[in-house]
Design a protein around this ligand. Structure first.
Ligand SMILES: Nc1nc2c(ncn2[C@@H]2O[C@H](COP(=O)(O)OP(=O)(O)OP(=O)(O)O)[C@@H](O)[C@H]2O)c(=O)[nH]1
Ligand SMILES: [Mg+2]
Length: 415
């Protein structure tokens, strides 16, 4: 599942240099005094871990920075314009349409003749007035690749531009133009009344695609301290921190679940994430709040892990254990429901096509099964008899892990 949004981005052009001559009471036509143009704003992308989806952009068509101001008389410098910052989720890839990109155009010379007609020409000679600066983006594996996107019913070829992989990563995505120099700057002993100045650079503009990859194929979901990270470590190559207290995991850990097989089509690998613990009221911002629910939204398949801590298993009778597990299950589903209803309204408003949480495939596992006596297990098994796909697992003895892997493989292959 991919969250994708096309967007037109334009940086601000540099302001033109001014053509002007000093006029005073005594001097009808004095020396040149046209000021330089101001710099146009750039558009800068910034990764923000508090943003989880691209839905802020789904109703939007354009992001624009302002053009720099034209230079003024009396050698006044035109105003520089501010850069525009765009906050995107960590993990956003950015692509740019090849056909719809206008690169930066260097400064040119211009003049305005007696009839008020403007003429432009390319500057010659050596000075840095017209130099086009190159702009550097961090190279990644995808550098140099292209991809087709559909845009208003047609197919658009886009090239990979950059990827925001860490919180606070920043990339200039469209550079604003530098201002042109005013005619004051072109005066010389042989050229005392220059009637020409520079245009500003015209800025980068183009059609871009923001693409947010899924966080993971599988998300492990459940209350704090119930063994999600332990499960991740036995399913995948990951070795996340495991500890006997709640909220050990604050950001999802990712691991690769590998399926080996004799035939090529049996071999596969998937990304699994353990999601920070869910608690009652999380959908209203309690605990880690809704940030983790947004992580869940970026998983294809959910594994809901239900378990109690070892003291609860030791001290309580079967009936109480069943009650607690059922209550936990109810609460997890409740939090997912509340979050989904809230986000649905928002999504509807903006017309994003998103797979709702309730339509995601899910598996329910009863964790820490090694801590249950046979009698307790029987009770729990009969209570969860009608819950689809519920079964015991243990990250310690590996009970049920092979079953879980097989079920995941089936689901992932078919979805
Ligand atoms: N006996 C037993 N203990 C387990 C099992 N899985 C996890 N534990 C223990 O339960 C405690 C919590 O395990 P974690 O894997 O850190 O749990 P978590 O769900 O990731 O916890 P948070 O990140 O805090 O939400 C640790 O002390 C683990 O050793 C299991 O299958 N059996
Ligand atoms: Mg954890």
């Amino acid at each position: 599942m991919v969250d994708l949004t096309p967007i037109y981005i334009s940086a601000g052009d540099g302001g033109d240099g001014r053509i002007s001559f000093l006029r005073t009471r005594y001097q009808q036509k004095g020396g040149p005094d046209g000021g330089d143009g101001g710099k146009g704003g750039s558009v800068i992308l910034r990764a923000d871990q508090n943003v989880q989806t691209l839905r802020d952009f789904s109703g939007k068509k354009k992001i624009e920075a302002k053009n720099g101001q034209t230079g003024g008389a009396y050698k006044q410098h035109g105003k520089d314009m501010e850069d525009v910052y765009v906050r995107l989720p960590v993990g956003t890839a950015v692509w740019r349409s090849i056909a719809d990109f206008e690169p930066m155009r260097e400064r040119r010379m211009y003049t305005i003749d007696e009839e008020g007609e403007r003429k432009e020409w390319k500057r010659t000679g050596r000075d840095d007035g017209g130099k086009v600066r190159s702009h550097i983006l961090t190279p990644t594996k995808r550098a140099g690749t292209t991809k087709m996107f559909s845009y208003h019913g047609s197919e658009v070829e886009a090239e990979f531009v950059t990827e925001l992989l860490h919180h606070d990563d920043e990339r200039v995505i469209a550079r604003g133009g530098y201002g042109g120099r005013g005619n004051f700057q072109f005066r010389s002993s042989s050229h005392t009344t220059p009637r020409d100045a520079e245009t500003g650079e015209s800025a980068e503009k183009g059609l871009f695609f923001f693409e947010l990859q899924s966080l993971a194929d599988v998300g492990l979901v459940g209350f704090p301290n119930i063994g999600k990270s332990t499960l991740l470590s036995v399913l995948t190559n990951a070795s996340p921190q495991v500890a006997n207290y709640p909220f050990t995991t604050l950001e999802p850990n990712l691991g690769i679940l590998q399926f080996d097989g004799k035939k090529a089509e049996e071999r596969d690998s998937y990304v699994v994430a353990d999601i920070p613990g869910i608690i009652e009221g999380a959908s209203e911002g309690k605990g880690l709040g809704i940030a983790f629910l947004r992580h869940i939204e970026r998983c294809r398949v959910l594994v809901i892990v239900l378990a109690l801590d070892e003291y609860a298993y030791m001290e309580q009778d079967s009936e109480q254990i069943v009650q607690h597990l059922e209550e936990q299950y109810r609460q997890v589903e409740h939090e997912l429901d509340v979050y989904e209803k809230a986000s649905e309204q928002e999504l509807e408003k903006q017309g994003t096509n998103h797979v709702p949480l309730s339509e995601k495939q899910r598996i329910i596992v009863l964790g820490k099964a090694d801590l249950l006596s046979d009698e307790q297990k029987q009770h729990v098994a009969s209570a969860f008899h009608s819950t689809p796909r519920a079964f015991f697992i243990s990250g310690k003895t590996l009970e049920g892990i092979a079953t879980l892997k097989n079920k995941l493989h089936e689901m992932l292959r078919s979805s």
